[in-house]
Structure formats: C-alpha cells, structure tokens
Design a protein around this ligand. Structure first.
Ligand code: HEM
Length: 166
C-alpha cells in the first residue's frame, strides 16, 4: 500500500512548503513486477503518470475559468492560463515522485517565492482546494484510494497557505 502522509499540523504544512519537501511517501510495500523483483513505486506512477497529472490540471483550470464560484481565484491569475496548465502539472508530477522538470527549470523557486506576494485569504484558499478536489474526483484515476489521498494532501496544503486576517 502506498501512502501519502498528510502533515499533522498547520506548522508542519507551512514548513514543508517552505523547505520544498516533495510529497512524502510512507514506506510502501514494494510492488512486484512479472519477474518478482521488487521495485518501489512512486505515487506519480501509481496514479497514472504524466497523463493523469495533465488531466487533473486541465480540469482544475477549466473549472477555474468556467465556474463563478472560483471567480476570485481566477482573477488572481494571468489572462492566459495555458502556461499555468503545464507548469502546475509538471510541478505536481515532480512533487509526487515523477520527473523533476519543473524544479530543474525553476532553480531557487519554491511555493513561498511563488505565492509569497499573493493575498491568499481563507476564501481564495478554499476556492483552490475545492477546484482541485473536484478536478481530482472528475479525473479517471484507477487507484481511487490514492487519488483521494492526493486530494486530501493538496487541499490541506492549500488551506494552510491562507494568510491570517490581521
Ligand atoms: C492556496 C491557494 C492558492 C492560490 C490562490 C494560488 C494562486 C497562484 C497564482 C495566482 C499563481 C501565479 C503566480 C504568478 O503568475 O507568478 C500561482 C502559481 C503557482 N502555484 Fe499556486 N495558488 C494556490 C495554491 C497552490 C498549491 C496548493 C500549489 C501546489 C501544491 C500551487 C502551485 C503553484 C505553482 C507550482 C505555481 C507556479 C507555476 C509556474 O509559474 O511555474 N499553488 N498560484
């Protein structure tokens, strides 16, 4: 069983975002291939790899563009969402144990430097979390239990990014 370990406290989420710690994998029982050699499988692979991460992000930005309930979140983004569609898929894939392209092409960039100047409040963090939860629920992912863990981990991370009102 492959597990995505959700941080237990808000401070853990913040520190994990600050330190750019990738999606944690709880020591999985290695999956076996036909030759019975064992090989640990990342959440990225177990979820379906690049096509699944791409589909989730396409759906996420489609929802953001079309649903009035995500209007405030949409307004925070650039007019053209095309670059973000690819960038988020690449970031999430690397974070889940897949190719590290986003991290290699963005040296020194982290969740804090990307979002530090944005006024993320409770409402916009909830909008991000809700859109992502729906995108993952609506994407065809065979390992539903792992997909649910992915949604839980990302929505908790997004909610942890809301800045407290002064
Ligand atoms: C909490 C609510 C969130 C809001 C309101 C938000 C909003 C934004 C906005 C407006 C940008 C574009 C910034 C720019 O143009 O420079 C951005 C970029 C980005 N966001 Fe978020 N975000 C949120 C949460 C998250 C989460 C939870 C993740 C990943 C787990 C994430 C991953 C990214 C990445 C990787 C980029 C940069 C993509 C790139 O330019 O290469 N965001 N976000």
């Amino acid at each position: 069983m492959i597990g995505i370990k959700a941080p237990s406290r808000k401070s853990d989420i913040r520190s994990s975002i600050r330190r750019r710690i990738p999606m944690r994998i709880e020591a999985p029982t290695p999956m076996q291939d036909e030759t019975t050699t064992t090989r640990p499988t990342s959440p990225y692979e177990a979820l379906g790899g690049a096509p699944v991460f791409r589909a989730v992000c396409e759906r996420f930005y489609d929802l953001m563009e079309s649903e009035p309930e995500f209007a405030r979140l949409r307004a925070m983004h650039a007019d053209d969402l095309a670059p973000m569609r690819g960038a988020l898929a690449s970031f999430l894939g690397g974070w889940a144990g897949g190719p590290r392209e986003w991290f290699e092409s963005n040296p020194g960039r982290c969740m804090f430097s990307v979002h530090g100047s944005l006024a993320i409040d409770r409402d916009t963090a909830d909008q991000w979390a809700d859109a992502m939860e729906r995108a993952i629920a609506e994407t065809d992912i065979a390992n539903r239990a792992l997909a649910d863990q992915l949604a839980e981990r990302l929505t908790s991370m997004a909610r942890g990014m809301a800045k407290q009102a002064a």
